[in-house]
Design a protein around this ligand. Sequence first.
Ligand code: NAP
Length: 367
Amino acid sequence: MAYDDRFMSLAIELAKKGTGAVNPNPLVGAVIVKDGRVIGEGYHKKYGGLHAEREAFASLTEDCTGAEFYVTLEPCCHYGKQPPCTQAIIEHKIAHVYVGSSDPNPLVAGQGIKELEENGILVTSGVKKEDCDRLNPVFFHYITTKTPYVVMKYAMTLDGKIATKTGKSKWISNEASRQRVQEFRHELTGIMAGIGTVLADNPLLTTRLPNGRNPIRIICDSHLNIPLESRLVQTADEIPLFVAMLDKEKYILKDKISKLKEAGAQILYLPEKEGHTDLAALMKELGARGIDGLLLEGGGVLNESMLREGLVDEMRIFVAPKVFGGVSAKTPVTGCGIDEVTEAEEFTLSELERIGNDIYARYVKRR
Ligand SMILES: NC(=O)c1ccc[n+]([C@@H]2O[C@H](COP(=O)([O-])OP(=O)(O)OC[C@H]3O[C@@H](n4cnc5c(N)ncnc54)[C@H](OP(=O)(O)O)[C@@H]3O)[C@@H](O)[C@H]2O)c1
């Protein structure tokens, strides 16, 4: 039986509703169809809650024996926080399952589909695969690497500056673009910046969206220069703040460490690499703490280190129709840079949008 694109598109839209609430689980949507009519639909709403498949069965308006089932991700076949979804599909006597993405989770990885087929259910996989895959780059990366998927974000002028020569950066992009950034902060579990940005801008790095989720804030600060009176430290008892410093300085800086801990911050002790915190080690540490995705909000020195270490998976860039000029005005990626064009990290354009007079572009790492 041929599948109907509209039902998978509906499942994708449903999946998106879980944004910011399901991490480190994937976004998943499901639709049950009988005689060309939707008779049930659901999505994974919350980490630890029912999976999309069971949400869809719970919403059924009539018997679904012999129905078709559209699901954006291969159904799970193992016991986690919830029983296997394959079981629910088999018990409900579904005739045909249309699957979008395959699940790279080693506990699933084709086993879900195999189990359905072994129980006499027809399975068609790869339905609107590209669109379904686009829902879950964070999950696909985290489940296989146990380190966060890193999204570098910045706003720059037409001449590629992220601040004026006097260090002013408010505001480069327009209000609608900045609103989009609030959505990214809601979407990703963590947000990371360098101490240079903290000293220059005194940011809060929270989500200013109604019902938005605040990301866990991570500051790369080898020598613990973060001011106790900074807005980050002042809010650390309500909104998690991790400060990553050099392990070898923990005795010299013990008084400051105590004060930061008293304020509610957590300190991450890291090995040294090229005079700074070792970023690959930091990614492992953050992954171990359940941070599956990270919004990297620079500035240029930290951005360059992350790129040079091969730790950036995606770039989201806003270009505003302004020109700042000035040799000393900061650019999005500074640091020591590379020598040869062939050494450059390469990305593929995955989205391009006009937001008022700004341009928004999204690039994913070429693997
Ligand atoms: N327009 C935008 O989208 C945007 C976004 C962010 C920032 N900005 C602007 O960028 C400027 C700040 O940028 P910045 O380049 O001076 O500072 P930065 O990148 O925010 O911070 C750099 C500092 O981070 C620390 N760090 C710790 N571990 C590191 C590592 N492994 N690699 C690199 N650095 C590490 C280093 O100091 P220690 O080693 O001493 O800790 C380094 O000096 C501000 O003017 C801000 O307004 C603009």
